[in-house]
Ligand binder design. Structure first.
Ligand SMILES: [Zn+2]
Length: 272
C-alpha cells in the first residue's frame, strides 16, 4: 500500500502532465462509478469542467489537485496509480477513471484492486480536520510527539498508523521507524520514555527522507511513471524480513500481528 514516500513519488511523476492544464471532462472507466466518492459523475463534471489545475501536491496519502475553485483529491489505497497514458502492457479492465484535458491529453486512474477513490471538496477543511501534521513539517515536532503520547494507553504501532495523529505513515515505515528507535510495536505509548520518543521522532524523519530519495519502496504493487519501481526496498531493516538476522544484533526478525496488521520487529533490540 502506498505510504507517504510512494504517494510523494507518484505526485511528482504525474505533476508535469497536470499542472496548468484545464479539465475538459471526467469519466468512470469499466462502469466503475464507485471511484467517485463524493459526487455522481454528472455532478462532478458540473463542478470541475473548464477549471484549471493550479497546483499538484501531496497531503498525507492524498494527491491533491488545486483547481480554480475547489480541490480534486486522489487516494491510491492498495494499488491505485495515476498515469498519463495507457501503456502497452496495461490490462484495460483495470482502469477506473479518466480525466480529459483541454490540451487533448488524458490522465488515467488505474487500480487493480479498485479501492482507490477520487474526491472533490470545495475546501480542504474536512480533510484537514481528519489529518495530523505532516511528519516532515515543523508541526511534527519532538514536543508534539511527546505531548500526544503522554496520556495514550494505546500501543505505539496503531497510534503511529492513525492518520489523525500523524499523516502519511503506514505499515512499512512504522515498522522501520520502531526498529531504528528500538521500541517494541506493542508498547503502550505513555510508557515510552522521552529519550526513546526523541529517537523515534528522528527515526521517522530520517527514514521518510531516505525513502523519498529512493522513490519509495516497491514490494507490493507500487510503480510510477511507465513501470519505474521504488528502490528503498533494499534498505529495509525489518519489513518483510521475517526469519532473517537483525542487522544490529543478528537475532532473527519476528513477525507478529498488532491490531491485525502484520508487524516485523527484532525481539532482542525492541524489548517490551
Ligand atoms: Zn536486533
Amino acid at each position: 500500500m502506498p505510504e507517504l514516500p510512494e504517494v510523494h513519488t507518484a505526485t511528482n511523476s504525474i505533476r508535469p502532465f497536470l499542472i496548468n492544464q484545464r479539465i475538459r471532462s471526467i469519466h468512470p472507466l469499466n462502469n466503475y462509478n464507485r471511484v467517485f466518492a463524493t459526487h455522481s459523475v454528472s455532478r462532478l463534471n458540473d463542478l470541475i469542467v473548464n477549471q484549471k489545475i493550479n497546483r499538484v501536491w501531496r497531503r498525507g496519502k492524498f494527491i491533491v489537485l488545486n483547481l480554480d475553485s475547489g480541490h480534486l483529491l486522489f487516494h491510491l489505497r492498495m494499488t491505485g496509480r495515476i498515469q498519463p497514458k495507457i501503456f502497452e502492457n496495461d490490462n484495460t479492465k483495470h482502469f477506473t477513471a479518466k480525466i480529459c484535458l483541454t490540451n487533448n491529453t488524458n490522465i488515467y486512474f488505474k487500480d487493480y484492486r479498485k479501492f482507490g477513490r477520487l474526491y472533490f471538496y470545495r475546501s480542504l477543511a474536512l480533510i484537514e480536520s481528519r489529518l495530523g501534521p505532516e511528519p516532515l513539517s515543523d508541526a511534527f515536532s519532538k514536543q508534539y510527539l511527546i505531548g500526544q503520547t503522554k496520556s495514550k494507553k494505546r500501543m505505539i504501532k496503531p497510534f503511529l498508523l492513525d492518520q489523525s495523529f500523524i499523516a502519511g505513515l503506514g505499515n512499512i515505515y512504522v515498522d522501520e521507524s520502531l526498529w531504528l528507535s528500538k521500541i517494541h510495536p506493542k508498547k503502550p505509548a505513555f510508557k515510552i520514555s522521552s529519550q526513546k520518543l526523541t529517537a523515534l521522532h528522528s527515526a521517522i524523519q530520517f527514514i521518510l527522507k531516505q525513502a523519498i530519495e529512493h522513490n519509495g519502496t516497491t514490494i507490493i504493487n507500487f510503480t510510477y511513471g511507465e513501470n519505474s519501481t521504488g528502490a528503498f526496498g533494499d534498505k529495509l531493516n525489518v519489513f518483510r524480513r521475517t526469519g532473517e538476522p537483525c542487522r544490529r544484533c543478528e537475532t532473527n526478525i519476528k513477525k507478529i500481528y498488532v491490531g491485525q496488521r502484520g508487524t516485523h520487529f527484532c525481539p532482542r533490540c525492541q524489548r517490551k
